[in-house]
Design a protein around this ligand. Sequence first.
Ligand SMILES: [Zn+2]
Length: 343
Amino acid sequence: MYRLGLDPSSEKKLNDYNILDEIHTYSEHSHSHSHSHSEYDIVSHIDGIGVVSDNLWLDHSIKRSINIRTHIPSRPRQDVIKYVVRSGDTLFGISEKYGISPETILWSNPILKDDPHLLRAEQELLISPVSGVLRVVYEGDTVEGLASVYRSDVDDIVNWPSNNIDSENPQLVLGEVIVVPGGERDFVQWTVPRVARAKRNPLPAGAGPGACAGGYQGGAIGSGTFIWPAANRFLSGYNYSGYHQAIDIAAGLGDPIYASDSGVVVFAGWSNWGYGYMVVIDHGNGWQTLYSHLSQWNVSCGQSVYQGNVVGLSGSTGNSTGPHLHFEINYQGTRVNPWNYLP
Ligand SMILES: [Zn+2]
């Protein structure tokens, strides 16, 4: 990278953008020209990725030997671009690559349903040039409406160059994608409806065959303290956040999964919400724990389980791209941060 004659301050930028990761990624697609391409990445990140790169992200067959430096724009990227997800991509990797927040990617791509687990290779994502929200214009949308819904600013929307909005007469064109700079919204929670042990559960038909009927009397009661549900005490996926109210604990295929506290099983089997094979334990004291993407479940509805019992085996069923344990702790209907309760 020094061959480019960069000033020392550029070095930090290179690190910020995980350039080495990118070089690695690109070289998978173009071994013979990866060297010249890595130069392109370095230069383009320093100057900001411009419209010239639109097709570059999409078209792996593009000639890597072209002298891309002659096309480098001098202004930051202003346009929305498409990105095709590659195998191994994460929400954080993509957001870092483009210098936007991970939330922006979720808020801009309904296909992800606010669930980072729904990221799949070959998906086409829209990438905003700036952190905020991308929104397709629907019937009845107005600039004021979008600004209000996404807690953004009318002027910021009108003035964003690629929105092409006439400030004198700010009309939106049906079907166009609008950049809402700085926009945000609450996350849609695609969560399993809470199931109770004592009551009969009026679960929607879509809950999946693992849903338990409920109405169980008595049974084990939790201690109110939790143990790690897997042998590992580190993550291999998403941490707890607004859009992932769970932790993804590292676990190999077939590793035993333990009841984090004692209680009664209120879900055991297939879930239709993307959790794959799942077990939910009601601890009888306001707490519930959820274990999902299992390859196997070893307990049944209404069964009492005790802290440390094996409830199933780790797997990658449902919306999962590799074996891990997606683990949730729920207190009276709210999914809390497991880090605050695990030892
Ligand atoms: Zn997860």
